[in-house]
Design a protein around this ligand. Sequence first.
Ligand code: NAP
Length: 496
Amino acid sequence: MKPAYQVGIVGAGFAGLVAALRLQKAGRDSFIIFERASEVGGTWRDNVYPGCACDIPSPLYSFSSEPNPDWSRLFSGQPEIFNYLKGVVTKNSLQKHIRYNAEIVEACFDKEEGYWAVKTRNGLATTVKVLLLAVGPLNRPHIPDIAGLTDYTGTWFHSSNWSTHYNLAGKRVAVIGTGASAIQIVPAIAPSVAQLTVFQRTPAWITSRFDKPMRSSSKAAFRKYPLIQRMQREFFYWLNEFFGLGFVGNKTINRLMTWAALRKLKKEVKDPETRRRLTPNYTIGCKRILKSDDFYPTFNLSHVNLVTERIERFTAKGILTQDGREHILDAVIFGTGFVAADIEMDTKIIGLTDQNLINHWRESGAEAYLGTTVAGYPNLAFVLGPNTGLGHNSVVHMMESQMNYIMQYIDYLETSGPGSYLDIKPQAQQDYNQEIQQRLKDTVWASGCKSWYLNAKGKNTTLYPGLTVRFRKETKQFNQEVYELVKQEEIAENAK
Ligand code: NAP
């Protein structure tokens, strides 16, 4: 039987939209996008906290096929990125492909038919020849297990579930964490709250963002001569690649980044004791390097306190730290990140055996070939799968590299006849992942810090251990020899 759609895309965030744009560009119109929410945008829809912005310059953090000459700033804020994504959907008439409130609960591969049978929570059931999982790693809030939270009578919420109806103005507020989200929230809310307490467990390495508004003359030039904006994109891309060398073994560049970050800290934080407590004691880059122009100066304000004593527990009125001090608080914001390694999902994904992919990964750690295809789960590909994350450049570039590969995968599958399926050979997947783990050993990420890049067993399942140019090269050419192609005739023969 013919599947209802040639391709099913799970998720309408950046990754899902990269996939949709590429399919459309290739003239492939038979695709459906399953979106669990009622709007596109993924992380840029969900994260609405004050100060939310991207730390990659917007001309680079955008689809290569959809440049936007109208970015208002070099580092655009969440509302603008969200609007950009919605605009791209409208401009390319992608709405007709999207099914909203359609969270996939089950996807089962039918080997007799060579397609995926997919069910959504809201009762939609359909079939797709190829399933593309574009679910993104940063959508499961991590709320640490701190004793007494249920006793706390104040308000609390996670950065990605921002309570828009709670007014922080004039309140005694705490932010737990000093990661990428927290360092944007702290300076954004500091001017309006009565008292701000920042609970830091590990200081982050922070470098300057050099954000600035885009001049109207630049926007006009970008509109008139798109090549100029293209060159700007290339400039930021190669600049990031250059600094990326400092993550993957170049000690001189790593030392340069360390020097710049320490100099910034010295310049921006007046009190020497606060400065000392904000100074990291691990290799720069091991945890994500944060970019901010206004986080450090916030600690010069008299009503902002940095607390580095460990949190003991919540009390009815606030937080008790290990030095026996109770911090009285009206509201607590968890800037405590996400459960990212191993790509947790509620979706049951059943391939050639009965094992759910997510359970399989819980045992082995998330692994895929080129972060894209997984042995035993044919006709399935990830966009931004295991070990495709970055610490230095735009992930949109990685997604587009993966789509270069996936388009060839789909083409090859199509020429192999109806009902056929394509499964990455386990040995190829194993060799690739052994090499990934080997290469990771020489990077800053293996220098001993604890980060969300590592899973519970300490395995780095999230980051690509190299420059993005290398990944682009690796994904340039689809190599059918590392796949097992099963044709329908063989399936019928085996069934006899
Ligand atoms: P994060 O970087 O993982 O930071 C979590 C913070 O919470 C860390 O400071 C962590 O401290 C702290 N924490 C966790 N559990 C704690 C506990 N029990 N007690 C005290 N502190 C605790 O999370 P995030 O800030 O949400 O960012 C996650 C990722 O989202 C980023 O790395 C980035 O990829 C993405 N992001 C990007 C942007 C952007 O501009 N593009 C903006 C926001 C987020 P430890 O360091 O000690 O674990």
